[in-house]
Ligand binder design. Sequence first.
Ligand SMILES: C[S@@+](CC[C@H](N)C(=O)[O-])C[C@H]1O[C@@H](n2cnc3c(N)ncnc32)[C@H](O)[C@@H]1O
Length: 225
Amino acid sequence: MEKQHIIPSYGRKRSHGLSDSQKNNLSTLYKFYGIDLPEDIIDPRQLFEGKFDKIILEIGFGNGEHLINRALQKTSVGFIGCDPFENGVASILKEIQKHDLKNIKIFNGDVRLLLEKLKDHSIFRMYTLFPDPWGKRKHHKRRLLSAEFISGMMHKIILTGSVIIATDHEDYMLNILENLKDIPRIKYCRNMDQLSAKPLCLSTTKYEQKALNQQRKCYYIRVYV
Ligand SMILES: C[S@@+](CC[C@H](N)C(=O)[O-])C[C@H]1O[C@@H](n2cnc3c(N)ncnc32)[C@H](O)[C@@H]1O
């Protein structure tokens, strides 16, 4: 993946002062379940000492409800979650400990830094669920799912793997479809009925619930290699 100039795609790294228990989670649990940025390129299976053949990456897990659900359902798959938001990282670390999950690792940082360090064609699936839409035109440059980023993501996906993107923001959805147009050797659907159908593997996230409560339509883009 080419080196990118990184414009922050997230609002803030913490929402208010971290509570003492959140600070404690970060300092005591991150060393067990956290990932330090590797110096060299790695095969992500190494993060789990080779115990899992299939690796799934969730980008921007927020409070982590979807990632925890998936890891509980699929104990034979290794899950990596990535988010710079420290409050969410502190919560998910606690949940991983509570459920004694051996198949999740967390990177507290920008996914673009981690992806640069992962071997090409090493991830079975990536989820990015309700990425920050950056609705105002002057903020569009902060959208994570640029053509360059999506193309870099696709390089990390194994043959027969996929990327699932969900958003409740129609303009962002159209922008993502536009960005997919020139990427070679991928398949995806532009049909509105299919874009509105939620993939069975997804559980509800906090932002999705918020959108549904406000009767906003959600879109689910599936991209296959
Ligand atoms: C709108 S929230 C959605 C959270 C969750 N997926 C949900 O649906 O409830 C977007 C999340 O993406 C994270 N995010 C933004 N830019 C990111 C990046 N470059 N790498 C990883 N996570 C990022 C934010 O910190 C935030 O937690």
